[in-house]
Design a protein around this ligand. Structure first.
Ligand code: PA5
Length: 479
């Protein structure tokens, strides 16, 4: 069984960023970064640092203050839910779902739900529904016992079509199963305190509500009730998670790029993207537990930095394309491309020093050369060697790569990772001179969906879309 020690993690659990293999010293001048290039960004970095500080002081970057929030209400609610609930279902999408999955995959048993079934966990099984595929929802309904199910509907705007549609379907099923008067205890709403319809529905139906703090956007909301309730329901130590985030946040008060991992990682990616044509950023954790974290990163980097306009109104089309991969699995799927294909990527490995479970490879066939070399090593040793081998191949081919090392995957180290990447993203927004906190492209798609579904007030958009959809049959092929 996987357990976490109940102790306070401090410096010995700090995560480590190693950028050796993006530097010109190792990568050569065509593909690597020079110390001088980092130094020359120092004045700009100082300005961005002060802007971040000012914004934070005036309450415009509230995600940085999340580590200091009180979690008593969340913990109390989670405790109550655990008493009766066997199935806890998150309904959300994008920033209102990816953090939940990242937390759950990183900090819980990989087969958590299956073990739950056997009664070895006293916590409810956890599901995150972040699509509107009818087959998926119907299949989920097949496994739920609605009398023992709690739906946590999460939407910051309180109106996202996918989440609201799933909610309406689940709510109706719940009312059918339990009756209108009894269903309210089975739904918890996490949303903005005023915006959108969800809060109005919650007030009318008497649902319990958790409020997403003002100014914290979806992809920066994992450490709000958005991510914390499902984590607490499954038994994650959310205080340790926040302690890790706080530890990193304090570390990122340093103005010098060389002392601040979030700034250094931002600067490295910025130089590689804008000066060395590394327009793709691959995150490749060598731990299955961090697969969901890489998904979370993909959204954070894409939605925050992918922008048409700069702050002063110029068309810049900024943004690096983030890709997630998993070591060692994707060595047998992606690495051929990364080593020999276009040299347009920077690869971030996330390494783990100590996996939760030690596992030795048996010395089963000592006489068989080509097999016997594995015997006596550990699986941990093998996955770490795989990572080193991949890095070596990349280095030989002048492909910039860097690593972030966690002593182990636990709430404290994960809290640091979340905070580091959030600060890095906001700092990168400063380097690209774009707004990393908005998402006009996403909103455009949302509005189009409202229009196509016949929402009042969107008639003009609907007409425009239908006009644009006049396709030419000659480009449509079928068998
Ligand atoms: O980061 C973001 O702002 C988006 O990805 C949102 O999280 C996503 O669109 C869902 O929005 P909402 O939480 O309003 O339903």
């Amino acid at each position: 069984m996987i357990t976490y020690k109940n102790k306070v993690w401090k410096e010995e659990m700090s995560i480590r960023l190693d950028v050796n293999h993006v530097m010109a010293k190792f990568m050569g001048e065509e593909h690597g970064v020079f110390d001088g290039e980092i130094e020359s960004l120092m004045p700009e970095a100082r300005d961005i640092h002060h802007q971040i500080k000012e914004k934070r002081d005036s309450g415009d970057l509230p995600f940085m203050d999340l580590p200091n929030q009180s979690v008593s209400e969340i913990l109390e609610m989670a405790k109550g839910i655990r008493r009766w609930c066997d199935y806890f279902v998150v309904l959300g999408i994008g920033g209102s779902a990816l953090g939940n999955t990242a937390l759950h995959e990183a900090l819980q048993h990989p087969y958590y739900n299956e073990l739950s079934k056997t009664g070895r966990h006293r916590a409810p099984r956890i599901y995150v529904l972040d699509n509107v595929d009818p087959d998926q929802l119907a299949a989920l309904m097949d496994v739920l016992d609605l009398k023992k199910t709690c739906f946590n509907v999460i939407t910051k705007s309180g109106g996202t079509a996918e989440t609201m549609a799933n909610f309406l379907v689940c709510q109706e099923a719940m009312i059918k199963a339990l009756g209108r008067e009894n269903h309210a205890d089975h739904i918890v709403v996490t949303t903005d305190k005023t915006k959108g319809n969800l809060m109005r529905v919650a007030e009318r139906e008497g649902y319990r509500c958790l409020v997403i703090p003002d100014g914290v956007g979806g992809r920066f909301s994992v450490l709000t009730p958005v991510g914390l309730l499902s984590a607490a329901v499954s038994g994650v130590n959310v205080r340790e998670l926040l302690a890790g985030a706080s530890f990193m946040e304090r570390h990122c008060h340093k103005v010098r790029i060389w002392e601040n991992p979030a700034y250094m990682n931002a600067v490295i990616h910025f130089i590689l993207d804008t000066k060395r044509k590394k327009h793709i950023s691959v995150m490749m954790p060598y731990a299955h537990a961090l697969r969901g974290f890489a998904d979370w990163y993909r959204q954070l980097w894409a939605e925050s930095l992918g922008k048409r306009s700069s702050l002063d109104g110029h068309e810049v089309h900024a943004g690096q394309t983030p890709i997630n991969a998993l070591g060692a699995t994707d060595q047998h799927s992606q690495i051929q491309l990364y080593v020999e294909g276009p040299n347009d990527k920077v690869i971030t490995f996330i390494n783990v020093e100590k996996y939760k479970v030690p596992m030795e490879i048996p010395k089963s066939y000592p006489e068989m050369e080509g097999l016997s070399y594995l015997g006596g090593h550990s699986l941990q040793g093998l996955i770490q060697a795989e990572q080193k081998g991949t890095a070596y191949a990349l280095i030989q081919n002048h492909r910039p790569n860097l690593s972030i090392t966690l002593k182990e995957v636990n709430p404290f180290t994960l809290g640091q990772l979340f905070m580091m990447y959030e600060i890095q993203t906001v700092f990168s927004g400063g380097l690209y001179r774009i707004n990393p906190l908005d998402q006009p492209g996403v909103e455009q798609g949302k509005v189009a969906a409202y229009a196509l579904m016949g929402r009042q007030g969107y008639e003009e958009t609907k007409a425009e879309i239908e006009q644009a959809e006049a396709l030419d049959d000659k480009y449509i092929l079928g068998c």
